[in-house]
Design a protein around this ligand. Structure first.
Ligand code: FES
Ligand SMILES: [Fe+2]
Length: 377
């Protein structure tokens, strides 16, 4: 059942999906204090493993040393070049690709080629800029801000528990994709918050829209949850039985959660998937998408093999679904960028999670719908 009895207004003006000024406000008022989920911690399993990611604040490198995952701005203290252009790797010191400055696990300058030419040099004052990191439910979150609060507090207690439920089991990343999409980040988020388009965009893969009586929305302070009927095909049913045996999972519903601004996750019976939509400009974004399959103890090799095989088949099905969205959504970008519009748009009960997302956003931006002036009070 949905929460609202009636349709809801579209709170964001069309220009919010392409305007430079609006994007700048989002950078200041929304992205600055945001937590971005960028990887599963198992992707940084070995001492020295690193991976890089582009966040709205700049390029970032995540580095595991001595069991701690740290995040640094991927920018060198010498002449501000990007430190490393590699997507991932493993190293004992981070070495800048430009003039070879080396950095320690704490981000301090360690070795500087031809150091005497920098005399007098206060080495301690030079180093990498460190960012905040938290690992929750095996997912690595990064924030540029010390005022972001904890990930736990931002997600909510119940959602944190649900996310951490499988953290007891070692997992394998079975799908890893970074997708650049030429649309504003909110178009992707909003598309994920409604099941209305399923009957059209995903007719071939998902069939019709789910029965509204079997769907539940839950609104939480910084996000929302969707609970819907789980898939009823025989492979999914077998997967649920295996999940019960391997990690005691009893869930048979489809669950989709969002924690604003753009962390979305699905805890399926045999895998946990997350997608983070990273804004890369007013009309472009990148999806960081990972799927992790939990593994039971080693003695249950056959069960683990079956669980992973089913999870992989399901992951490849969801790849098709996500591709359908990625191919379609540039059409929405064309529409919102049109100079003239047929009206302001409106939001159905089935799309009500979008309304709450927009409300959260306009409250932060300080936008009031009565006129089209950003920043009015
Ligand atoms: S910019 Fe990094 S060593 Fe020069
Ligand atoms: Fe979709």
């Amino acid at each position: 059942m949905f929460i609202s009895d009636t349709h809801l207004p579209q709170l964001l003006p069309a220009k919010a999906y392409s305007d430079e000024g609006w994007y700048k406000l989002e950078c200041e008022k929304v992205f600055h204090d945001a937590w971005w989920a960028v990887a599963f911690s198992v992707e940084l399993q070995n001492d020295g493993d690193f991976l890089t990611v582009e966040l709205p604040c700049g390029p970032v490198v995540l580095w595991q040393r001595d069991g701690d995952i740290r995040a640094f701005l991927n920018v060198c203290a010498h002449r501000l070049s990007r430190l490393t252009s590699k997507a991932k790797g493993c190293c004992k010191t981070l070495v800048c690709e430009y003039h070879g400055w080396e950095y320690s696990p704490l981000g301090k300058t360690q070795r500087i080629p031809d150091a005497p030419s920098f005399r007098p040099l206060e080495k301690d004052g030079l180093g990498l800029r460190q960012l905040c990191v938290e690992v929750v439910g095996g997912i690595v979150f990064v924030s540029q801000s010390k005022d972001a609060g904890s990930v736990h507090a931002h997600l909510g207690q119940e959602e944190t528990n649900r996310l951490c439920h499988r953290d007891r089991y070692p997992g394998k990343v079975i799908h890893r994709a970074d997708l650049d999409v030429p649309v504003n980040w909110k178009i992707l988020v909003e598309n994920n918050l409604e099941s209305y388009h399923v009957g059209f965009v995903h007719r071939a893969t998902l069939g019709g829209i789910p029965d509204g009586n079997l769907c539940t929305h839950k609104i939480i302070p910084n996000g929302s949850m969707f609970f819907g009927p789980g898939a009823i095909d025989i492979v999914s049913a077998a997967g649920r039985q295996i999940a019960k045996k391997t990690h005691g999972d009893e869930e048979d519903r489809y669950i989709h959660g969002i924690s604003y601004p753009a962390f979305m996750w699905t805890p399926e019976s045999l895998w946990t998937s997350f997608q983070t939509v990273i804004p890369t400009g007013p009309n472009s974004c990148r999806i960081i998408w990972r799927i992790l399959a939990p593994q039971s103890d080693r003695k249950r090799r056959l069960l683990n093999f079956l669980a992973r095989s089913i999870a992989k088949a399901q992951a490849s099905f969801w790849r098709r679904v996500v591709n359908e969205d990625v191919e379609f959504l540039p059409s929405v970008q064309v529409g919102v960028e049109s100079q003239i519009q047929p009206g302001e748009g409106l939001i159905s009960r089935r799309e009500e999670r979008i309304f709450h997302f927009q409300k959260w956003l306009v409250d932060r931006i300080g936008y009031v719908k009565t006129n089209d002036f950003v920043g009015s009070v």
